[in-house]
Design a protein around this ligand. Structure first.
Ligand code: SAH
Length: 516
């Protein structure tokens, strides 16, 4: 059997977008992912659905896997012919023990690549508005471990030299030793007034920054109960934060927002939340796909055979548009065969999806629900006309029913079907329990039902109870009603049932919670 290959990859400091392009490519192509706590679980969404995921970090019922065991695991997997990615927090060469992993691979004749990552030593200060070097304030920086026992620190760190290096000192793994570290620096000649910052969980929603001086920082850390992981920055650059702090000022900073959408649709909502400083937590609960049965295809083929006869094509969602065109393509049908039809689109996104395919909707209802489509259609429809309604299998019945009542022959075709995504994210129950999810967004009734079902499948016995302290944001009244019926307490419903409206409502809620 061919030997596999191992990619030793830096995942970045926590924000899943801070992985390199090369690292992401390796992740997408690997058969097995070996990862731990500092490499965020969200990155795994990029892995192939069938890729094996092996967590080697700490679990409540198990100790962290020993380094030697991890080294051997990588060898064993590669010897089975697998492409393996070892994801490590930050950069693998900065206190990442990549040397030991690579060494054993090399001894076993296994190919490996080391793909650097953005180390927390620079990224975490940057997210707190602290550049590690500065033209006037620091012309060098040192990255130092604080992890060793004090005796060993004395042996492996030349405190006299470190202390008097010209520039910024960055300590990793130093929270527990902050009193010892500051003591040493003062003892060897740094001024007790030297500014110090600790940044906990940098680049994540939990990011928290504490600023002090060498003299008082240890007490402040104790008083604040600040726990690892944190980066400690010592030097004048810390003051830069007063003007350069950036992400911490964004309206959704500190909020981890679980986005439950169909995988193919989440991108816009995710981008907006990200832009506003929130941390998105993608949890796809719905997948759409082409209907699988021969009957479904036949029904669509028959409808398309009469393309020339329709007076209206009414599209009620972006999915509807996309799958409608997918079927046209599959049956090799030219859209111009619908030459007689006017196009109606419910909602601006649906209209946009049509527009990029060269069709400007003839009718755009004022509000985004099927009921208002009917109102605006009323003056344009006349009995005896025919309308084609390409939609999903879960579409509501209102529209076709009322069209029929108005004497319109409405032909519905299920151009896509909705299925529950298999939950692959095993962390969510723990995160919910630990209060690490602050907001959940629901953009349709099926996202509500499916999230609750996904949680049950992940072993959460009473999902509504597990979500009781979380802000529940629903895109509109229909979704909100479903949520309430399922025992959730809905706290956010925008006036306008659009992604923009939803995002605005999230910001308003956050502002009022902060008393702004
Ligand atoms: N290879 C990693 C460092 C591993 S040592 C890197 O390059 O970043 C682990 C230490 O890194 C932690 O104790 C903490 O000091 C620091 N660290 C990693 N991620 C962090 C984060 N998101 N916020 C604060 N500190 C972090």
């Amino acid at each position: 059997m061919n030997k596999g290959k191992v990619y030793l990859v830096g995942a970045g400091p926590g924000d899943p977008k801070l992985i390199t392009v090369r690292g992401l490519e390796a992740l997408k192509r690997s058969d097995v992912i070996v990862f731990d706590r500092l490499a965020g679980p969200q990155l795994l969404n990029h892995a192939r659905p069938d890729a094996e995921r092996i967590y080697v970090g700490k679990l409540p019922d198990r100790h962290t896997m020993k380094q030697e065991e991890i080294n051997q695991l990588l060898v064993d997997l590669a010897l089975q012919g697998k492409t393996v990615i070892r994801l490590k927090g930050g950069d693998p060469t900065v206190f990442g023990r990549v040397g030991e992993e690579a060494d054993l691979l090399q001894k076993n004749g296994i190919l490996f690549e080391i793909i650097p990552g953005i180390t927390s030593a620079i990224a975490v200060p940057a997210y707190a508005g602290i550049p590690v070097t500065h033209r006037d304030l620091a012309s060098s920086f040192s990255v130092i471990t604080g992890h060793e026992s004090p005796d060993k620190l004395d042996h492996s760190i030349y405190w006299d030299k470190v202390t008097n290096a010209t520039g910024t000192l960055v300590f990793l793994m130093g929270v527990a030793k902050i009193d010892y570290i500051s003591e040493q620096l003062i003892k060897h000649g740094r001024s007790p007034a030297t500014p110090v910052a600790l940044v906990q969980w940098g680049t994540r929603a939990e990011q928290r920054t504490l600023v002090g001086t060498l003299e008082d920082i240890a007490d402040k850390v104790k008083a604040a109960g600040l726990k690892p992981p944190a980066v400690i920055i010592v030097g004048e650059v810390v003051h830069q934060r007063e003007t350069l702090s950036w992400i911490e000022n964004k309206p959704l900073f500190g909020q981890r927002v679980l986005v439950t959408r169909a995988r193919s649709q989440a991108s816009e909502l995710l981008a907006r939340i990200d832009d506003l400083g929130g941390e998105t937590y993608e949890f796809p609960v719905i997948e759409t796909r082409l209907p699988q049965t021969e009957e479904a295809a036949e029904a669509i083929r028959n409808a398309f055979a009469q393309a020339e006869s329709y007076d209206w094509v009414i599209l009620t969602s972006v999915n509807g548009v996309e799958y409608f065109f997918a079927w046209l393509d599959r049956f090799e049908i030219d859209i111009r065969r619908f030459h007689k039809a006017k196009f109606a689109a419910v909602g601006p996104k649906t209209a946009e999806a049509l527009a990029i395919r060269g069709i400007r909707a003839d009718l755009l209802p004022e509000s985004y629900r099927a009921e208002s489509l009917l109102q605006s259609l009323d003056s344009l429809l006349s009995p005896g006309q025919t309308a084609l309604l390409p939609r999903g299998d879960l579409a509501r019945e209102t529209l076709p029913k009322e069209l029929k009542e108005r004497g319109i022959a409405a032909e519905e075709i299920d151009v896509y079907e909705t299925i529950l995504s298999a939950p692959r994210d095993l962390w969510l129950p723990d995160m919910l329990e630990n209060g690490e999810i602050h907001v959940i967004t629901f953009t349709s009734s099926s996202t509500v039902v499916n999230l609750l079902e996904a949680l049950r499948r992940l072993g959460v016995q009473n999902p509504a109870e597990a979500l009781k302290d979380i802000e529940i944001a629903c895109i509109g009244p229909v979704t909100a009603r479903t949520a309430e019926e399922n025992g959730l307490k809905v706290t956010i419903v925008p006036e306008k049932s659009t992604i923009d409206g939803l995002v605005e409502a999230l910001v308003d809620k956050r502002r009022s919670a902060k008393g702004e």
